[in-house]
Ligand binder design. Sequence first.
Ligand code: ACO
Length: 326
Amino acid sequence: MRSAKIVGVGSYAPPRILTNEDLEKMVDTSNEWIIARTGIRERHIADDKTAASDLALEAARRALEDAKVNSEELDLIIVATVTPDFVFPATACLIQDRLGAKKAAAFDLEAACSGFIYGLSIARGFIASGEYDTVLVIASEVLSKITDWEDRTTCILFGDGAGAAVLKPAEEGQGILSSYLRADGGNWDLLRIPAGGSRILATHDSIDKRLHYMKMEGNKVFKIAVQSMQEAALEGMKRAGVKAEELSLLITHQANARIINAVAKRLGLPSEKVYINLDRYGNTSAASIPLALDEAVKKGRIKKGDLIILVAFGGGFTWASCVMRW
Ligand code: ACO
């Protein structure tokens, strides 16, 4: 079977920044509480007219440029998002058109914060089977649109952004060495948007009850996130046949600095091998890993030949890991 590797990355976040001080004027919170409990200092917020495809398009263009790949070469476009432009058509189809990716198939993928790794794994499978040669995986979120700006327990956490990666075939032992995907719907109700789907339709009543905004029982999610990400990392390393000390960098879903540090500690990784940028972006769900990955590559924190691991956890619950030789 062919291996698959990332040949280009790109990311984009909308220019407007919302600081913790701005939030102090909106809800009963403080800069100190937010930093101590989450590590977040500021986040990027899209304007009213911007949707997931707008952020995705910019990230995709940057990834294609980085990969030196023409959009007409793309065989498949996958967009991971919980904030698509529409229930349907898929955001990936809008991107296919806007990029002019004439021969590409396109679909959306919903695995919450684990969406980017789910997307990488699917891309890897298509490339390994020989069905496709060039796959674009994008994760794009405008969480600000599904955030209840009156709920201090959630509104301080989230931000908007997008990241993308172009994948192509690679020699064995290069690129993605393992991917590991898991899910457990038993706790689906700890993190969700109650209304707007086919269970509870969008009605005047659902809007009055603010049911079209994200709800999270953060404390319960926290504990499961640490445990699940540790498990995903260990299984991913086992499948790839690598040990923690061989890793150059750990990039996890950027939800909370305390979660990231707890996972790193359990894996025995020192802080210099852990990438954190949530202080500037907050939690951007599926987009958080490719945003961090792109930044880490551009800053020279990841070099050719480095062994890295991506680890995610999100609503569903879903969790996942991906080990790759850069
Ligand atoms: N400002 C000030 N006080 C606050 C705020 C706020 N913004 N929010 C909550 N508090 C209060 C609470 O009311 C509570 O007060 P009480 O003790 O008087 O009841 C106290 O602070 C502690 O609240 P906790 O919820 O226990 O705080 P915790 O330390 O758990 O931090 C947080 C909350 C940051 C949400 C954390 O639980 C977390 O990060 N959870 C996991 C998030 C995550 O990983 N999500 C998964 C991915 S996201 C996705 O899929 C989209």
